[in-house]
Design a protein around this ligand. Sequence first.
Ligand code: ADP
Ligand code: ADP
Length: 218
Amino acid sequence: MIELRQLTKRYRETVAIDGLSFTVRPGRVTGFLGPNGAGKSTTLRMMLGLDRPDQGDVRYDGRAYHELREPLRHVGALLEAKAVQSSRTAYHHLLWLAQTNRIGRARVREVLGMVGLESVSSRRAGGFSLGMGQRLGIAAALLGDPEVLLLDEPVNGLDPEGVRWIRTLLQGLAAEGRTVLVSSHLMSEMAITAEHLVVIGRGRLLADTSMDAFIGDN
Ligand code: ADP
Ligand code: ADP
């Protein structure tokens, strides 16, 4: 379980996150919805210890991110879509990440299969399309077989088949008891992927509810 408690983050005069508190539970996909600029990425960066809150904190089963013994094995993350700047092949890109985290080669092949990149694994990752890059980013997030997955706009750049694929993947991981938080600015995406919904606007919590209750389908 992840607890965000009274998170607050300012960038000069902008209050990006304003007293944000919510809990992410295991065993279901939680959608993190808000328009562009609402503060989703800032929240995810603070959850990953990449950005320091001005106030408040984030706890993973009671521990701060920096107190986790093996963060990459505990929390897998995909941050905003950026082309992979790598002259390595997809396979070697993942192998390098695996080796720096004491993860075996077998797992590299496994995650390539999970994201459907086996057939292009010998191609240069730097030449990948946005959608393939997203799949590679998700493969990297899965390398440590993490209990927690945090994905920022993972559907960006994916075609409709890719959207169905990611939905099945995330729901399968949640069904195994993992904690999955996935952000989007599109309600239509959340409605088909997430079982629970956290909505923010201007850095504040607007809703924290089951998807069924949110869309009035209960
Ligand atoms: P979202 O991911 O929901 O689109 P962001 O977390 O990227 O929202 O941004 C939230 C707010 O914080 C926006 O007003 C954005 O302009 C501001 N912001 C985010 N990062 C920075 C930064 N590094 N410096 C200044 N302002 C920032
Ligand atoms: P290295 O990994 O030492 O740079 P190679 O590229 O020759 O050297 O590959 C070494 C090992 O990695 C071999 O076991 C090979 O089967 C495996 N390997 C290389 N590329 C891939 C790939 N795209 N998918 C799966 N296994 C790969």
